[in-house]
Ligand binder design. Structure first.
Ligand code: ATP
Length: 909
């Protein structure tokens, strides 16, 4: 195959035979191993090269593009013009350090998110060497034969040659949101991309039906590869909170600039020299602006993302980290999320007789069906056999045995039916006798699957149907009696059997059969007969996940309501709900679990719907459209809703929910694309763990803000007070810069690593519209700021009074400031609990950061180069003692303050 064969071909305009020939492939068998290896070597993986976003240099330069930095640069330039070389040098040094730190932090956060994105691989179903298999989409080569089905993301550009009601949403490529119906006919050469209906393009989403096509382009050569652009890092990292904080910083900037101007005016009026007042104004501006805040928020969120990934919750959209913390309702699927998705048939009702099936798991060799061979009454076994046959033939899954372990490839519900059929003596020959001719696949909106089979020479064709009881019974008019003869359907008896099985928590599937004309080759939903013979019921258990039971309990104590939304039968749903501990007030069914079915929901008016959405715990036989309505109804009541989903039709509800949660194992690509978060283990307990992490992240953000703001406010106050009182500045601008740059990194960031507080899930969820800082916390910030102001002036005055030089007195004031920040950091490890309760060693980052910060202050005080740069001077031990006293006083005051507030209620927002 030559490369030029692949380039700029109008594949949509070529007959399929020619396409297959040009691509040197084979329609039925697919490529062989050698061709695949050869092509992989020649053309590389099927991946789009991430377009280089901004170059590192540009990203570094962008760090200077902040109002605060403009002020610093302007101050640095003016100080240089005024001949203050050292000050100017330090200011520029700090600007550079700030840019470096910002650059590294941003790069880390971007990399963390990109690494997570890479863990989400897409799989493709291909035909190779005559074998259908699933491979990572990156291993696809040109010429591969690919199968598409509803929910898939198209893995490469394909020329379609077989379609069945195939519809693809091509918004990613054309911007058109309505799905396009595909065909396999020929299209004119000039047909525009959006109208090439015999092509499927990489990155678009299959919303309905099935198809088969041959790969015409991979990776960068695909249509999407040619237009792809990397989302800019800034956009990916922005969240409502970071936006709120930068807005806050911008407002603050103007306030501070105003105050700085006022400082100059007041100083000049008092007859102070301009240079000194200008430097004071610079100090005020530099000190009062919380420049570390945006970076700290981003890095805390990024740490949250990686913590959640460890708990098997992959965050796709950063704002989700924040929203998770304020989730008030979780709407969850049942199968696989609250339950194990390990199905075993335990009871079969056929011919009016109930049979018990023993054994658990998929191993068909362990366990039997009672009354299977009742020689005296062959009719029983024939009804039973037909019921088992339906489960076996109308089935897309496979049982496989590897080293004595029996596993299922495909849907566990179908796996259970295969195991039961094997326990009943049916083997692979069943399919040889009645080969399958066509399929109506299972879609949750229809709740059944049907297959067409050859009935043998001259015999009519057979349709087997399996699915939800209501869906199957609606098409039946007769049933098999004990002797296996058709008799009129006795709906009440069937319903009673269903209720009895469902009450034990079993998922019940009904089976039916019909004869079709011998020439029938294809079947559609519309031509399934409504005169079918009901064959029986198979009831399977799916045990609840023990960890889900525990997680539901945690959610309930955390004030989060858990609702189950399932496609299953209401009685089964209620039984499982009871087993996992979902209970509440409201309408009830059975013995006290409030359940509503999709059909009942349909009958409600809009306002009734909203009421019932709030007070109902279990929604059974619910459709994906109702999931969307439920999300909207709950949101109308101010709830913050997390909603799970896996199917194509769940996408709108996932998008609409505050947190859309897709299943990583059973979920379709469409659902994952729409979700904010993907669970790699499909497990409910992972949602709970993510919520817990979300609360922890928000806590740590608040703690950082509560720690950092007093420094800024305190520094601003020191300058303002000095100028207004007309006294010497206790701290110089360069010294303020030093404090801000070092403490934010060494002390403040350690709070991002603060472990979650015990009792985190005993609190109610955070109100989403609550301000970040509560009044109590604002009070604390103000209190600490004034204590810092007091400490700085106290030490500055004390040292001068006992004869210290100006440089020594200022060094004492700076060290007092840092010491207060250091002790206060320990207070901030919890907003309401005493640090003695948390233990001093539970965040080693705080301890390590404190030691590093202390060593830096030693260097600041004693190294001659630092003395020259920052006008610091060596001080003796007694002065250090006084700085420590300042720190301890603040620490004790805040611990007492916490205790006082705690008596009155919660401290945090
Ligand atoms: P959830 O995960 O939301 O609890 P579910 O798995 O119970 O969902 P669906 O997958 O929509 O819900 O299934 C709905 C009903 O369709 C099931 O109760 C069952 O009766 C029937 N059903 C499920 N899988 C199949 C299948 N493979 N073939 C035929 N019918 C099926």
């Amino acid at each position: 195959m030559k490369v030029e064969d692949l380039i700029a071909k109008h594949w949509h305009h070529l007959p399929i035979e020619e396409v297959v020939e040009l691509l040197e492939s084979e329609r039925e068998q697919g490529l062989d191993r050698f061709a695949v290896e050869h092509r992989q070597e020649a053309f590389g993986p099927n991946a789009i090269t991430a377009q280089k976003g901004q170059s590192p240099l540009i990203r570094f330069l962008l760090q200077f593009h902040q109002p605060l930095i403009y002020i610093l640069i302007a101050s640095g330039l003016i100080t240089a013009i005024l001949g203050e070389w050292v000050d100017s040098g330090v200011i520029f040094g700090v600007v550079l350090v700030n840019a470096f730190v910002g650059y590294i932090q941003e790069a880390k956060a971007v990399n963390a998110l990109a690494a997570l994105a890479r863990t989400m691989t897409t799989v493709a179903t291909v035909m190779r060497q005559g074998e259908k298999r699933q491979i990572p989409a990156t291993e696809l080569v040109v010429g591969d034969i690919v199968f598409l089905q509803s929910g898939d993301k198209v893995p490469a550009d394909l020329r379609l040659f077989q379609v069945r009601d195939l519809q693809i949403a091509e918004a990613a490529l054309t911007g058109e949101s309505a799905p396009v119906a595909k065909d396999h006919g020929l299209h004119g050469r000039e047909t525009v991309l959006a109208d090439r209906h015999n092509m499927a393009y990489a990155s678009t989403l299959v919303t309905y039906g099935q198809g088969k096509g041959i790969v015409t382009a991979i990776g960068d050569a695909t249509e999407v590869g040619r237009i792809s652009k990397l989302i800019s890092a800034a956009e990916a990292l922005a969240t409502p909170l970071t936006r709120k904080i930068s807005e806050f910083s911008n407002v603050l900037l103007y306030v501070i600039l105003g105050l700085a101007g006022l400082t100059i005016v007041v100083g000049l009026l008092r007859g102070q020299p301009f240079l000194e007042m200008f430097m004071a104004a610079v100090a005020l501006a530099v000190g009062a602006i919380p420049e570390g805040l945006p970076a700290a928020v981003t890095i805390t969120l990024a740490i949250g993302v990686s913590r959640m990934a460890k708990k098997r919750a992959i965050i796709r959209k950063l704002p989700a980290v924040e929203t998770l913390g304020s989730t008030t309702v979780i709407c969850t699927d049942k199968t696989g999320t609250l339950t194990e998705n390990q199905m075993t048939v335990q009871e079969i009702v056929a011919g009016g007789v109930s049979h018990t099936v023993s054994g658990t798991g998929y191993n068909p060799l362990v366990g039997t069906i009672d009354n299977l061979e009742n020689a005296a009454d062959p009719g029983i076994s024939s009804a039973l056999r037909e019921c088992l046959r339906a489960g076996f033939l109308c089935n897309d899954s496979q049982l496989v045995e590897e080293e004595g372990v029996w596993q299922i490839q495909g849907d566990p519900t179908e796996g259970a039916l295969l195991t039961a059929a094997r326990k009943g003596g049916l083997g692979p020959e069943t399919l040889t006798v009645n080969p399958r001719l066509d399929t109506v696949p299972f879609e949750s909106e229809h709740q059944y699957m049907a297959t067409l089979h050859d009935g043998g020479l001259g015999a009519p064709r057979l349709v087997y149907l399996k699915g939800a009881v209501e869906a199957v019974l609606a098409r039946c008019i007769t049933q098999l009696d004990r002797m296996g003869n058709p008799v009129p359907l006795r709906i009440e008896d069937v319903q009673a059997a269903v209720e009895s099985m469902a009450a034990k928590g079993m998922r019940v599937l009904a089976m039916a059969r019909a004869e079709m004309a011998p020439e029938t080759c294809v079947i559609h939903h519309a031509d399934l007969p409504t005169t079918m013979v009901f064959l029986g019921l198979q009831g399977m258990i799916d045990p609840p996940r023990p960890e889900a039971v525990a997680a539901v309990k945690i959610c309930q104590t955390a004030g989060i309501r858990v609702k189950m939304i399932t496609g299953d039968h209401p009685v089964t749903a209620a039984a499982i709900a009871r087993q996992v501990g979902l209970y509440n007030l409201g309408s009830t069914r059975g013995d006290g679990v409030p359940v509503l079915t999709g059909a009942e929901l349909e009958k409600l008016s809009d306002s009734e719907f909203i009421d019932r959405a709030e007070d109902t715990v279990v929604f059974a036989r619910a459709t994906p459209e109702q999931k969307l309505r439920l999300v909207e109804a709950l949101q109308a009541r101010g709830q913050v809703v997390a909603m799970t989903g896996d199917g194509v039709n769940d996408a709108p509800a996932l998008k609409r929910a505050d947190i859309g949660v897709a299943m990583g194992i059973t979920g379709t690509e469409v659902a994952k694309e729409a979700a904010d978060m993907v669970l790699t283990d499909d497990n409910f307990s992972s949602i709970e763990a993510a919520v817990e992490e979300g609360r922890g992240v928000f806590d740590n953000l608040t703690k950082f803000i509560v720690w950092t703001l007093p420094t800024n406010l305190g520094e601003g106050l020191v300058i303002l007070t000095a100028v207004f009182l007309g006294v010497t500045l206790p701290i110089l601008p360069v010294q303020i810069l030093w404090i801000n740059m070092t403490t934010a990194g060494f002390l403040g960031l350690a709070l991002a690593f603060e472990p979650k507080e015990p009792g985190l899930m005993l609190r109610p969820p955070r109100q989403p519209d609550a301000p970040i800082l509560s009044n109590i916390v604002i009070f604390r910030i103000t209190l600490v700021s004034f204590l810092m102001l007091g400490a700085a002036f106290w030490l500055f005055a004390w040292e001068q009074r006992i004869g210290a030089t100006l440089a020594e007195a200022r060094t004492a004031a700076v060290n007092a400031f840092v010491m207060v920040e250091l002790f206060y950091l320990f207070n901030c490890r919890s907003l309401e609990k005493s640090i003695f309760k948390l233990g001093f060693f539970s965040n080693l980052w705080v301890l390590g950061g404190s030691v590093a910060m202390f060593l830096l202050q030693i260097a600041y005080t004693y190294l001659p180069v630092m003395n020259r740069l920052f006008q610091s001077a060596p001080i003796d031990l007694a002065v250090w003692g006084r700085t420590v006293v300042a720190g301890v006083v603040v620490f004790v005051v805040i611990e007492i303050e916490k205790k006082l507030w705690l008596k009155k209620g919660r401290v945090g927002a």
